[in-house]
Ligand binder design. Structure first.
Ligand code: 2IT
Length: 447
């Protein structure tokens, strides 16, 4: 395989699909060496087949807003790769959603799911519907209209969506209600992230953030460090930032910043449980403003408009918001302010320049597909509980999540340890995920 050649061909086929091309390039660069030691992969054109989604559904979604006006959005479901199990991955509702964004997310999901140790293939979906400023009734009508089409693409043994940016427990509820209405099938296993009363798993809402901190703990331990008393900057204030803030605080870290599209809130004394609870209200309000935290807790949280979380001095940076949210300049600012570790929690949260800067400047870095896999892993645990028609205890789910994150860390160490003894977590995660999917594809022939 020659990465350059494959990328050129892909760019020709998918011009302008920047996020997708970026995600593919990152993976191919890190697996190139290992791949070239396996002529059987080359012969079966594993890479050429793996970078293309199995199929993409695109559909129009019409709904009526509170003013009585008809709205038109586009809905998607990308079924990326089913070599190791049914398609699994979240739904993103965000005004910037494009096929490129969902293809990058589906591609990443395929490797991430492989790392979880559970048999799940990769998928992703969503819509350019913008939840900002929408009423609950509008959210419900949109979710129902979206499910009128999505219903034809999914099923408990085919494709199991969950939440992502803009899709949380409320949206999964509306989607599941409509799915049952349309199909008259009352199994619990077609969506994950469900409410506890109707088939959801305990800790699924917290799992992405909790898992990220379990992974971070292992990474720090391996590097001879620990989290106690460390200053942590977190971007975003949504579901992932919420779970990460909780677990970081519980483990003795001090969360000194959260952020939003409007700016950053600095919290010099560290985030409190009251503030963490308030993050949920901020998300439910659909205002999308982190300034609300400073308004609610004057004197404790200080808002600065237009600034990112990376402007606040910290030891550890945890991007928890959106792809490409941390640039090379941000990485430089972080280092100048004393940061020595960045665990990417958002999918592809760091731009390639930022990752290279971290790696070339001795800053510990781990990629999203390893760090944030606790979310989908717990979705997998939810599917298992649904299939067995039972619910596990908090302790049981937490122990399993803990074990999965530890094993993801071990896979990264196994495939990413460099001759000087340091761990390249990007290589480790990509090679480990790739090898599993590649082997599964090879075993199952040219399909
Ligand atoms: O990016 C992700 O891993 C998710 N949004 C969670 C997917 C899932 O199926 O739980």
């Amino acid at each position: 395989m020659e990465v350059k050649k494959i990328m050129q061909a892909l760019e020709q086929k998918h011009p302008g699909e920047l996020e997708y091309l970026q995600a593919v390039q990152e993976v191919l660069e890190s697996i190139e060496e290992v791949y070239n030691q396996h002529p059987e992969y080359e012969k079966a054109k594993i890479v050429e087949r793996m970078v293309e989604p199995d199929r993409i559904f695109t559909f129009r979604v019409n709904w009526v807003d509170d003013k009585g006006e008809v709205q038109t959005n586009i809905g998607y479901r990308v079924q990326f790769n089913c070599a190791i199990g049914p398609y699994k991955g979240g739904l993103r509702f965000h005004k910037a959603v494009t096929p490129s964004m969902l293809k990058f997310l589906g591609f990443e999901q395929t490797f991430k799911n492989a790392l979880t140790t559970l048999p799940m293939g990769g998928g992703k979906g969503g819509s350019d519907f913008d939840p900002v400023g929408k009423s609950d009734a509008e959210i419900m009508r949109f979710c129902q209209a979206y499910m009128l089409e999505l219903v034809h693409c999914i099923g408990p043994d085919q494709d199991i969506p969950a939440g992502d940016v803009g899709v949380g427990g409320r949206e999964i509820g509306f989607l599941n209600g409509m799915y049952q209405k349309l199909t008259r099938e009352y199994h619990t296993g077609v969506l994950t992230g469900k409410g506890l009363e109707w088939g959801g798993s305990i800790f699924r809402p917290e799992a992405t953030g909790y898992g990220a901190l379990y992974f971070t703990e292992h990474l720090l331990k391996k590097a001879g460090k620990d989290i106690k008393g460390k200053k942590i900057a977190i971007s975003g204030f949504g579901n992932v930032a919420w779970g990460a803030s909780q677990k970081a605080t519980e483990l003795g870290g001090k969360v000194v910043a959260i952020s939003g599209p409007d700016g950053v809130c600095e919290i010099p004394e560290g985030i409190t449980n009251e503030m963490i609870d308030y993050m949920l209200e901020m998300r439910a309000s659909n205002r999308n403003k982190v300034e609300d935290m400073a308004t609610k807790f004057p004197g404790k949280a200080k808002f600065t408009a237009g600034k990112k979380a990376w402007s606040i001095p910290c030891d550890i940076a945890l991007p928890c918001a959106f792809q490409n949210e941390l640039s090379e300049d941000d990485a430089k600012e972080l280092k100048a302010n004393g940061c020595w570790c960045c665990c990417e929690v958002s999918n592809m949260g760091c731009q390639p320049g930022a990752i290279h800067f971290f790696q070339n400047n001795g800053i510990l870095f781990a990629p999203g597909k390893a760090v944030n896999a606790g979310g989908v892993a717990t979705s997998g645990l939810e599917m298992t509980q649904n299939a067995a028609h039972l619910s596990w205890s908090a302790e049981e789910v937490n122990n399993k999540l803990h074990w999965i994150m530890e094993s993801i860390h071990e896979q990264c160490v196994k495939f990413g340890t460099q001759p000087d003894g340091t761990v390249d977590y990007v290589k480790g995660a990509n090679i480990a995920g790739f090898m599993k999917v590649a082997k599964a594809m090879l075993d199952q022939g040219i399909v």
